[in-house]
Every structure is written in structure tokens, then in C-alpha cells.
Design a protein around this ligand. Structure first.
Ligand code: KIV
Length: 257
């Protein structure tokens, strides 16, 4: 059965939410059974397209990958990132969020908080589109990873942003790269689930970039655990193929018409 937003919210204080990213059909099909939420993250810029950061991803790219993921999930919720410069004001945000949802049939969108855009986030929620918030390290606004929440005044700012996101109506919030004290404080102060990435065990759920946790991306900061080393497995397969072609062992009779 398909999950829904209410069920996701109701997991708070009951069980952790399992979330991962997907950009394509084969990964979406695998994740569907094991995830509550599958995020088509704009991290596809770096993970898939080899860009330096997420700043130049277009709405068209998100729609294309969004369709591929959304149409291949039957259980997990599909949330799609609104890319940089697609929600700078209320009019732009409403137009682009509607387009994203209509074209991909996703279950909601994610919007990064810049510390001021609460009214913009609220305007999308008011359209009836479920919005996932994102605070802490928000890659659309920075170039380099940064940890926040070490200082008390940092934590107050984070908590304030989290509460304002909740007030704006987000159904959950990604908390990225913050100290465990900050994550605990935020999680305990909100009624909606927090989804951590580099934000400790105190969050209500966890998310990682799938390419990172599969050991495929070459990007492994401390908060990423490689659950499998897919790069080695793929390398072995490619080496075997290379040998087989060079030695004319492939294609063999069975692969030949
Ligand atoms: O773009 C993305 O994949 C994300 C997750 C890392 C939360 O925002």
C-alpha cells in the first residue's frame, strides 16, 4: 500500500523513517520496498552529472529524473527537490512547484530554507502541495560543507528556523550536518519528523545519498557509511568484460543469434 503524508508524520516517536535518494528507474524500484521516502535530490548534479555543486540544476532535469523515479514507486513517497532559483519569490515558487507535481506526479517537494523564505514555503503548502523543509547545511546556498550547531547562538538560530518551517506547514524537515545536541533539541521541539543527514541518531529518520552509501560516488564524508562497496563490484565486472572481449571469449555461442 502507498504511504501517505499523515502516516509519515505519525511515525514520530514510534519508529525511525528510512529515506534515500534516487534519480533513476532501477534504483527507485529497489528502494521502494525499503524506504518510507525516496527523494529525487538535486544532489544528482554532483552524484550523476559530475557538476561542482547543485547550483546549476534546472527544473527540466529534476522533472525528467522525477518522472523516472515517481512512476516506479508503488509504496514509498516520492519527494522532489526544487532546484536553485526556482523559488525566489512566491509567484515563482507556486508556478514551479505546481509544474513539478503535475509533470512528475510526485507526492511533494523539498525546499531548502535560506533563513528568510518561510512565506514562500508557506505559499506552496497552501496550494495543497506537501513540502519537506531542509535546514543546517543547505547545499544550494553554500559551496563547502559546514557543520552548524556547535555554538549556542547557532543552535538557537537552527531551532528558530526549524520552528518557522513547521509553522509554514512543512510535513517533515531534513536536518543536514548539525551537531548531535542541535539535532536533539530540534527533534524534541517539533511535532513533525526530522530527517537527519550528518545529524546524529537523535533525528526521527535518516537519509543518505544512495550513490554515497553504495560506495559509488567517491564522496565519503564522516557521516556517510558505505553499506556496500559497489565501485569494487562494478570494477570487477568491467575487468571481466574487458578480458572476455580481448580474448574473444565474449560473445560466446549462447550470446549469439
Ligand atoms: O539533494 C539531496 O540529495 C539532498 C539530501 C542529501 C537530503 O538534499
Amino acid at each position: 500500500m502507498k504511504k501517505n503524508i499523515l502516516k509519515i508524520i505519525k511515525t514520530k516517536n514510534k519508529r525511525p523513517l528510512v529515506c534515500l535518494t534516487a534519480y533513476s528507474k532501477p534504483i527507485a524500484k529497489i528502494l521502494d520496498k525499503y524506504c518510507d521516502i525516496v527523494l529525487v535530490g538535486d544532489s544528482l548534479a554532483t552524484a550523476m552529472y559530475g557538476m561542482k555543486n547543485t547550483h546549476n540544476v534546472t527544473l527540466e532535469t529534476m522533472i525528467q529524473h522525477g518522472v523516472s523515479v515517481s512512476s516506479n514507486l508503488s509504496k514509498a513517497l516520492c519527494i522532489i527537490d526544487m532546484p536553485t532559483n526556482t523559488y525566489r519569490n512566491i509567484r515563482e515558487a507556486k508556478k514551479n512547484a505546481l509544474l513539478l507535481v503535475r509533470k512528475t506526479k510526485c507526492d511533494g517537494v523539498k525546499m531548502e530554507c535560506n533563513g528568510k523564505n518561510f512565506k514562500i514555503i508557506e505559499s506552496v503548502v497552501k496550494l495543497g502541495i506537501p513540502v519537506m523543509g531542509h535546514i543546517g547545511f543547505t547545499p544550494q546556498h553554500y559551496n563547502k560543507f559546514r557543520l552548524s550547531g556547535s555554538l549556542k547562538r547557532d543552535r538557537s538560530k537552527l531551532l528558530n528556523e526549524a520552528k518557522k518551517n513547521e509553522k509554514a506547514g512543512v510535513f517533515s524537515i531534513v536536518v543536514e550536518c548539525v551537531t548531535n545536541i542541535a539535532a536533539k533539541e530540534i527533534t524534541q521541539s517539533l511535532k513533525i519528523p526530522t530527517i537527519g543527514i550528518g545529524a546524529s541518531i537523535h533525528c526521527d529518520g535518516q537519509i543518505l545519498v544512495t550513490d554515497d552509501m553504495l560506495g559509488l560516488s567517491g564522496f565519503y564524508p564522516r557521516f556517510v557509511k558505505k553499506f556496500v562497496k559497489l565501485n569494487n563490484i562494478i570494477k570487477k565486472g568491467v575487468q571481466k568484460y574487458n578480458k572476455a572481449v580481448l580474448s574473444r571469449k565474449f560473445p560466446s555461442k549462447i550470446n549469439t543469434f
